[in-house]
Design a protein. Structure first.
Length: 131
């Protein structure tokens, strides 16, 4: 079964991290005989610089048709001027709206030394492994 992943490297460290993720996908294809196709496109400041918009309709359409989207980082010092009309973050928001997504989940790890200071208490993290 073939799968299609659209990679949006974005800005800052995003291209470096995305390149490593693409290398892992290629290794999985080779090692386990998978057929994961990777297609890269632009988002954020990189898209503004090359296409004049933080998220093109073409890129959004590719993402909507893909099995998965791998998103790097969006934004950076180059685009931090508050007077800029085209903001890199608008690409992220457009992607979320266009794909009907509402959240951005990231892994959380609490350390025993911070239990007293953290609102994330181990007893509230049912089913979550604390490293």
């Amino acid at each position: 079964m073939s799968q299609h992943v659209v990679v949006l490297p974005g800005d800052g460290i995003g291209p470096e991290v995305s390149a490593a993720a693409i290398a892992v996908i290629h290794a999985v294809n080779q090692q386990f005989g998978r057929d994961i196709r990777v297609d890269s496109d632009r988002i954020g400041g990189d898209a503004i610089d090359h296409e004049g918009t933080p998220l093109s309709e073409e890129t959004l359409s590719k993402c909507q048709q893909a099995d998965a989207v791998l998103l790097g980082a969006v934004g950076g010092p180059k685009w931090q001027d508050p007077d800029i009309r085209n903001r890199p973050e608008a690409g992220l928001l457009g992607l979320r709206a266009g794909m009907q997504l509402f959240g951005n989940l990231r892994p959380v790890v609490t350390q025993p030394a911070t239990y007293d200071a953290s609102p994330l208490k181990p007893e509230r993290l049912v089913g979550v492994d604390i490293l």
